[in-house]
Ligand binder design. Structure first.
Ligand code: NAD
Length: 416
């Protein structure tokens, strides 16, 4: 099975594990296993050398029972409809788990942004919005950033949507720059929200976060802020970080800001002065208290789960642990903070951005952080309490709560 189908299979398996507890009929389960709407688009883009290149893109609106769908757009050479579908399902469960009035979606374009110029990325971003314009909008489906897309890309997308609509529609896209209706605190919201769940978990497991060793797999938007905030908020010792080229390790702890400067000037975290180079595989197996996958899916599998030593696995990436890998981690008593719980901070603050756009206002960063903290704490407590009460693992608890809310909404709407 390809790694793309694997994520989709695993997401279905998790749904299946909670189906009996929720008394889902086979028909309901089949409905929840498939997206409500999918769109393939071909995007002709004028390249800087005068040629025209056609890119393939997708948008999946998985389930809209709870509200307009919402989800990021990923620019990646390995993007597929299957991965997009799985990520859209995860968004659906995530929004429901965090009690947001939103359904789940995801989008993507198959491309390698590292090989595209600034202007080519702009033309591609605009072409993508023209391609999916008919099915998106503030009351329908609201795109946001994901892997290799950023606030600048969101600004172009919002501008393109506004041009097509013939008026400013700031609420059509979230994750925008703050000068264009973006929310304060969106840039580090996913990592910050994840850190709040780590704090809750550490309290319950009796782990003192001060000087706890942390390894972060992936040093992009989420991974960098996770490393930075782990040190800044709780005094953790960030002993290892990695990017697609490899990992670095220092038993004395790294300075994430300085490593970020090194990555910007050299193109990678590798060869950071005073640190040892490691492989990504070695990073995952380090002796640490907290492991934070913040890169891509299917990173922790049956092959390496047995070697993982962390006490807390905080899934800031989507789908980093395979179904089989998770069973091994569970048997070792590793506390997993599942992706739909751990990385919900991004969509929570994106939702705050929508609320601010609708009322033409901008909240202070402190207000955003306080609201985010409350929501993350509430979600963590509900999952932890459900898991303890029903003697199930954290992921099953999270899925049961989330899917149950989507099912209830579908029943109330008379769909099922
Ligand atoms: P990003 O593009 O900013 O960073 C991705 C990082 O992963 C980069 O450092 C890249 O070098 C690294 N990477 C890629 N392939 C790798 C590999 N094989 N091994 C090690 N590192 C690798 O993306 P991001 O926005 O930080 O997203 C990271 C993860 O978090 C994704 O799973 C994404 O879906 C999830 N997520 C992001 C947000 C958000 O707000 N951006 C919200 C929720 C979940």
């Amino acid at each position: 099975m390809s790694s793309h189908s694997k994520l989709l299979e695993d997401v279905k398996q998790h749904l299946c594990t909670c189906a009996a507890g929720l008394k889902l009929t086979p028909d309901m389960e089949v409905f929840l296993e498939v997206p409500m709407r999918e769109l393939y688009v071909s995007l002709p883009v004028h390249m800087d050398d005068g040629s025209i290149k056609v890119f393939k893109g997708f948008r999946v609106q998985y389930n809209e029972a709870l509200g307009p769908t919402k989800g990021g757009v990923r620019f990646h050479p390995d993007g597929t409809m299957e991965t997009t579908r799985a990520l859209a399902a995860l968004m659906t469960w995530k929004c429901a788990l965090h009690k947001l009035p939103l359904g789940g979606a995801k989008g993507g374009v198959i491309c390698n942004p590292k090989e595209l110029s600034h202007r080519e990325i702009e033309r591609l971003s605009r072409a993508y919005i023209r391609g999916i314009y008919q099915i998106i909008g503030p009351d329908r489906d609201i795109p946001a950033p994901d892997v290799y897309t950023n606030p600048q890309v969101m600004a172009w997308m919002m501008d393109e949507y506004s041009k097509l609509a013939g008026r400013n529609v700031f609420g059509s896209i979230t994750g925008k720059p703050t000068s264009l209706g973006g929310s304060a605190g969106r840039y580090d919201a996913t990592a910050r929200g994840g850190l709040y769940t780590i704090r809750e978990a550490a309290e319950r497991l009796g782990i003192n976060l001060k000087d706890s060793r942390v390894a972060v797999h992936g040093f992009g938007n989420v991974g960098y802020h996770a490393a930075y905030l782990a040190k800044k908020l709780y005094g953790c010792k960030v002993v290892a970080v990695s990017d697609s080229k490899g990992a670095i390790f220092s038993p004395y702890g790294l300075d994430p800001e300085d490593v970020s400067g090194h990555k910007h000037s050299t193109g990678s975290v590798l060869n950071y002065p005073g640190a040892e180079n490691l492989t990504n595989k070695e990073l995952l197996e380090l002796d640490v208290e907290i492991l934070i996958p913040a890169s891509l899916e299917n990173i922790i599998t049956e092959e390496n789960a047995g070697n993982i030593k962390a006490r807390i696995l905080a899934e800031m990436a989507n789908g980093p642990t395979t179904f089989e890998g998770e069973a091994i981690l569970n048997s070792k008593g590793i506390h997993i903070i599942p992706d739909i719980l751990c990385n919900g901070g991004g969509v929570i603050v994106s939702y705050f951005e929508m609320v601010q756009n609708q009322s033409s206002t901008q909240w202070e960063e402190e207000e955003v952080r306080n609201r985010l903290e409350r929501k993350m704490k509430e979600a963590y407590c509900s999952v932890y309490d459900f898991a303890s009460k029903n003697n199930v693992e954290m992921r099953q608890a999270a899925y049961t709560l989330a899917v149950g809310r989507v099912v209830e909404a579908m029943q109330l709407r008379g769909w099922i």
